[in-house]
Design a binder for this molecule. Sequence first.
Ligand code: NAD
Length: 500
Amino acid sequence: MHTDGSDEGLQFIAGKRRSGTSGERYEVTAPATGEVLAAGALAGSDDVDEAVAAARAAFDEWSHTTPAERSEALLRWADRLQLRDEEFAEVESRNAGKPIRLTRGFDVPGTIDNVRFFAGAARNLEGRASAEYSAEHTSAIRREPIGVVGSIAPWNYPLQMAAWKVLPAVAAGNTVVLKPSELTPLTSVLFAEAAQEAGIPDGVINIVTGTGGVAGQALVTHPDVAMVSFTGSTAVGRQVAAQAAGSVKRVHLELGGKAPFVVFDDADLEAAARGAVAGSLINAGQDCTAATRAYVQRPLYEAFVERVAALMDDVRLGPVDDPDTDMGSLISLRQRDRVAAMVEAARGAGATIVRGGRVPDGPLGRHAYYEPTLVTGAAQDSAVVQQEIFGPVLVCLPFDTDDEAVRLANDTPYGLAASAWTSNVFRAGRASREIRAGCVWINDHIPIISEMPHGGYKASGFGKDMSAYSFDEYTNVKHVMSENTGERHKSWHDVVFTTR
Ligand code: NAD
């Protein structure tokens, strides 16, 4: 793909790259520099109709491929991605404002590993063993693909989110129409093109690039879409669930987060401080599992704040193509201003901004950059502690007792991820049992792995991405019950009539 602002089309429908039919020219920009990377008209509802029709037409053949055939196709796809890994890393870095070190080391290899994982998982898709649960019948479970899956993804990890949405769906025999965020469609289109190069039939994976209000809504309400898989904010997730209810679609929601980071007084302070900086600043904090609320037991509190502040001072903001850059820009000036407004509100409410809380000086300040920010002294019920900020902002608060730590960790509407830092196995065990979140790390924060599920509790949504658990979202479970006696009058008929 060129990233020179040329109009190659932002849609990939029935195996063809083209412009949308909404009639409005749209420019995809690089948030770290402001340059235009690509252009084309966004998708209107006609494009969504066409993409859904293509996915529907492809479903019959694709859903009848054997697991081995789908697995082979995914392995070829992973090989295609591997051959172009540097191109993917560069495009993702520029389009999302991510440091090239992050896309080379995390986004792209993580995605390729996901494709390889689902190539294997496709061959292990099984129901429970069949058996004679009634003396006269054999029961069997069939796991069947659902049909056309409408997927909607956010802008924070565009390639990985596309992969998480598309892979379990197609590995299980579904076909997909994916709507990436209009801010970051470039690697989603490349990802679908690579699938085509790998021999995955046209129509199995379609990309419609458009706004949520137009293309997103058309997809969610489309009568031929059997399921909606949504990753994004809790506010939009609520709307999506409500709209999908009209046509009784299955819904999978991966929503916002506000991960607690609990440091007990027996923790390794240096490990915890490094973990907090990496866990809160990865992807400029635009990560649904990012460490956002550090609760530190009183004896370690001051030393922890001091060390985190010192480590934040060493974080290098810079151009995203510089391999020495640690933190890139936020996704847009709008997002930067949103983050800045939340930090200002905290300051206004009496919190202390220990580090950052400002746009950097110099040329970076003209674009969507924001400094690593450490906040203390905020009230537990204030917005900066309760609401998702989605920026490089860590709030740090002290606690006294273990009971208090668990209570504070659970005290937001969200429940996506959390971590506990301790050298005591009983404290670690209690935190992992009692913190209500889809993932609890012990002495680490952020790592994910293809084999393990990712998904939320509470307002962070329901359903799982990655891992074999994701097949529960993308398959229907069918019970097949076969009568084994061949008798015309079955024994159970006696409860209705006795004539033999
Ligand atoms: P968003 O909710 O604004 O948008 C997400 C997607 O929904 C976009 O593609 C958008 O165009 C679309 N959309 C918006 N309105 C719509 C509507 N009415 N109907 C259908 N689609 C609509 O989120 P965002 O700002 O793109 O991403 C950030 C959010 O995503 C954060 O809240 C973050 O926590 C969340 N997120 C969650 C996970 C997870 O796994 N739980 C992962 C990544 C991001």
